[in-house]
Design a protein around this ligand. Structure first.
Ligand SMILES: [Zn+2]
Ligand SMILES: [Zn+2]
Length: 220
């Protein structure tokens, strides 16, 4: 099967949903809110996004004009919120959630979802900076990507757990790469992570992490 011809039915503006085969028009469908820089459309018929669609389907989609327009809009939104990525120690409120990712878009999407909860959200773009912030603020929950510059997410988890000042904080590691039960068991046993989540992470999955780790329900 040629995925690209399956994908583009007409003028690359009308696509076939990979799950329910409904024809959808890119300009009228909303984008998903998964924690990823490359997000996809949500099918109105089956309510699923295409982040888990076959690689060929996504590749063709990311080249489309709809994806390019979304990327451009997203870029200006990121620039507008960059200054909100820091908070001073005296303005911090509990619970503190620290989001660690080297992708600005992930911070933007996670920040929107986490704004439904009381408390403060901190952002770090690499593992070393995350550890510094954790020492300073003692976050209640750290949500980190596995693959990070300097110190990776799993190493960050074990370092936090083995440091008295931060050993109580819950750590959820999100991964696109180390999938499967072998890596999950290793993450929990060797790196002492509290939750190990495979990408894509939807807003619903993010709320589930907060609920399970902090016992908090969304106010939204
Ligand atoms: Zn998605
Ligand atoms: Zn569908």
């Amino acid at each position: 099967m040629n995925l690209e011809s399956e994908f583009a039915i007409q003028n690359s503006d009308i696509y076939k949903c990979p799950w329910c085969a409904t024809a959808i028009q890119s300009s009228s469908e909303p984008f998903c809110s998964c924690l990823a820089s490359e997000r996809t459309l949500v099918c109105r018929d089956c309510d699923r996004c295409f982040c888990e669609a076959p690689a060929g389907w996504r590749k063709a989609f990311f080249r489309s004009s709809a994806a390019q327009a979304f990327r451009a809009r997203n870029k200006s939104a990121q620039q507008a919120t960059t200054r909100d990525l820091t908070v001073t120690p005296d303005s911090v409120q509990r619970p503190v959630i620290l989001v660690v990712d080297d992708d600005r878009t992930v911070h933007l999407v996670a920040g929107r979802v986490l704004a439904e909860y009381p408390g403060t959200v901190l952002h770090a773009e690499d593992g070393e900076r995350a550890f510094e912030l954790a020492m300073e603020y003692q976050p209640d929950l750290v949500i980190t990507d596995a693959l990070l510059p300097k110190l990776d997410g799993r190493e960050l988890a074990i370092r936090l757990k083995q440091t008295p000042e931060t050993s109580d904080c819950k750590v959820a590691v999100i991964t696109a790469l180390y999938k499967g039960s072998r890596y999950r068991i290793e993450a929990i046993n060797t790196f002492q992570v509290d939750d190990y989540i495979e990408k894509p992470v939807t807003p619903a999955r993010l709320r589930q992490i907060v609920s399970e780790q902090l016992g908090l329900e969304s106010a939204a």
